[in-house]
Ligand binder design. Structure first.
Ligand SMILES: [Zn+2]
Length: 154
């Protein structure tokens, strides 16, 4: 009985002394990326998506609350290929978080691991309408890219 009490007491002391592993705070630009990151990270990550699934991915409303969210982020996941160019850079700059600056290890640009389709073979400009100068950034429409995205996030 004495040993049981001692062991229980020791277990209580040790469990209180062990640091609780904080979750990795991951912010994704789009819900597609957030969903895959959640599947990869499980209970080790806290995921926030900036855009909603109903929003045009090119024209997301850059609300000031996103600056606060990005200020607390450990990792930022974006699609890249200029998909978020109209709204993400001011949010990242405003967040003043060195972990997610464009050249930081915590800033993951998923298009870098994807072979993009529809890459223009001649110069493009705005007079041509909504063209994607680095290729089609809507690569989550191909389910096969989901595995590549998951590997890159992991
Ligand atoms: Zn587009």
């Amino acid at each position: 009985m004495k040993n049981t009490v001692l062991i229980l007491g020791l277990a209580t002391v040790l469990s209180g002394a062990l640091p609780v592993q904080a979750k990795l705070n991951v912010v994704a630009t789009l819900p597609d990326f957030a969903s895959i990151a959640q599947a990869v990270g499980g209970d080790k990550v806290k995921i926030t998506s900036i855009a909603r699934g109903t929003e045009d991915q090119h024209f997301v409303d850059a609300r000031p609350s996103f600056v606060r969210v990005l200020n607390q982020a450990d990792v930022l996941i974006e699609g890249g290929a200029e998909l978020e160019i109209g709204w993400l850079p001011p949010l990242v700059n405003g967040a003043r978080n060195g972990k997610i600056l464009s050249d930081a290890p915590g800033h993951l640009i998923l298009s870098r691991g994807i072979r993009l389709l529809e890459v223009p073979t001649s110069p493009v400009d705005r007079s041509m309408g909504d063209v994607h100068p680095f290729g089609n950034p809507h690569f989550t429409l191909d389910p096969a890219n989901g595995k590549i995205i998951a590997d890159n996030i992991a």
